[in-house]
Write a protein that binds this ligand. Sequence first.
Ligand SMILES: [Zn+2]
Length: 406
Amino acid sequence: MIGTSAAHLERFLKRLSRFLPVAAACLLVACSLVACATDAATDAATAVPSERVAAPELPPPLARMLSDRPAPPIDAMEVWVCDVPAGATAAVYGGLTLREPLTADGIVAAIGERLHTYVGTVSGGRTDLRLVAGGTVTMGVDDDDDACAEASLARSSGEADVVLAVATAQHDLGQPGGRGRPGSSLTCTESCSAAATGRAIVIGANDFHDSWGEVPLLDLIEHEYGHTLGLPHSGTEQPGDDEYISAIDLMSNSAAPRDVHPDRRDGPLPLAIDLVDVGWLALDQVVVPRAGAETIDVELTPTSDPRESSGPRLLVLPVDEHRMVSVEFRVPVGLDDHLPEAGVAVHRIDDRAGGGVLRVQVPLHTDVVPFTDLLGAGDVLERDGWRIEVRAVGATAHLAITPTDG
Ligand SMILES: [Zn+2]
């Protein structure tokens, strides 16, 4: 094995950080992303890269996404309720008159354990999400969802890493069901409380309506939680797009599993590239072909397999300074039990427009929405300078990867 130490990687990332552009404007999700390389960031890539991975050869977009702060190992989410008065005028509430009798304690009791389990599963135990009750803020008649978030942040304790603000009013049809933002949490180095960074989720009461039964819907909160970690949408070529057309990514149509199994409450898995971004998939489970490589054989373990010893879970193919291709193996079990069959998902990752929510992640394995027609045995895809041949699909996916002339 050609060893490249974690310390080497850290030095590389620190050097790299001096040359990174600052990505600023976001569309739906307010955020401010400034590249940095902290010790915490390199903790995300703790493992010594495998023989196919050398830190200096990391595709630039991958290096950039590793250069900010990963998800916290312990993430305290403080729950606040925004009491929306009758006659509220903000468009987001659309004049709807229903009010849910929500309390912070009640929300923690209803969803705390489920959200903890979801994040624990997806992160492979790397992030321990803990919900704690904050309280209730009283909204003014003209206050909107931004005011709900800001009032909750202002009241939050210094122990909160992220705030979940839930309005007692539903968000109107055609309005965003919720929003999530990292604030300055991706670059903070000392005081990283939600009050200091502005890291927050704000949603309407829609998912807590009695008609959903004992367990509220969780996929929207999970999706917005992904945004608070800096994750973008996927599915279209438009940076910062608000279309939710992919059923194979939490950060697109998070409700896709419920379309197949009405009892589902959680979203699907995020894309494997997002797991790497937030530090939930270590670099020694990422395969990057060396420059000039000829055909290599890769055996991919499913994205859903959380074992650190299970082998590669993501293949990343460099394209240019801002683009790369991600290849992962998805199987219809657990959080992905809505998929029709196992197969290989391929995405182009493109950060020309910027990082964070402006990063474009578009499916290449099919053009057909919702992109659940994954590559199976015998399928060959030639895109972006690479030939991806799926030789077998079983407990793992066997691939033959060959660079082409484009
Ligand atoms: Zn979103």
